[in-house]
Design a protein around this ligand. Structure first.
Ligand code: E4P
Length: 217
């Protein structure tokens, strides 16, 4: 399973990238706003840092302007994936940009039917939002499983990019279901390392190292 980092925070991306944890990056207007940076400038910096796809989201809502914005975004770097919303106009933009040979990430997906439309429009990635479904007492992971079944039934090559990840359990469950990619904030990826038994076990080993005077170097 590929790991994308859901942030426009360049130092945070760089730290995870150095560990080999970054297969791509996703941004959205809220993350760009949080970074306080110019969208074109920060996106270029991220593209220079990371080899994999970097999603940059359009700002328009009509297909024609989305396509024009997408064509400008892909000039930033070869690894740009244009992110468009899951609307009828977004699907039109997806079809046009993917026909041009560009990667397209269709975002704000909340149903299996939406995911089916995105695949038919040639999306490279579909981004179902797990956390936001959980927020309204639905099960975001059920949506990932439904899309996996549908795409496998018909051999769609669109990759399932599980988004709006809030917990480490979202990540392991997505891996079990077979999502192609997860995108998560750096803090969630980093907290995957935590386990109380690891801490407890290490404390015991450290105590024995100290009391026995064990040394290697
Ligand atoms: C990624 O592409 C999405 O924009 C992001 O995962 C949304 O996450 P949120 O629901 O926590 O804002």
């Amino acid at each position: 399973m590929k790991f994308f980092v859901d942030t426009a925070d360049v130092p945070a991306i760089a730290e995870l990238n150095d560990l080999g944890m970054v297969d791509g990056v996703t941004t959205n207007p809220s993350l760009i706003k949080k970074s306080g940076r110019d969208i074109l400038e920060v996106t270029k910096e991220i593209c220079d840092l990371v080899d994999g796809p970097v999603s940059a989201e359009v700002t328009a809502t009509d297909a024609e302007t989305m396509i024009a914005e997408g064509r400008k975004l892909v000039e930033i770097a070869e690894n740009i994936a244009v992110k468009v919303p899951l609307t009828w106009d977004g699907l039109k933009a997806c079809k046009a940009l993917s026909d041009d040979g560009h990667m397209v990430n269709v975002t704000l997906c909340f149903s299996a039917n939406q995911a089916l439309l995105a695949a038919k429009a040639g999306a490279t990635f579909i981004s179902p939002f797990i956390g936001r479904l959980d927020d309204i007492n639905l099960d975001g992971l059920d949506l990932i499983a439904d899309i996996r079944t549908i795409y496998d039934n018909y051999g769609y090559e669109t990759e399932i990019l599980a988004a709006s990840i809030r917990t480490v359990n979202h990540i392991s469950e997505c891996a079990k279901i077979g999502a192609d990619v997860i995108t998560a904030p750096p803090a969630v990826i980093q907290s995957m390392v935590k386990h109380p038994l690891t801490d407890k076990g290490l404390d015991a080993f450290l105590a024995d190292i100290k009391s026995a005077g064990i040394s290697i170097l």
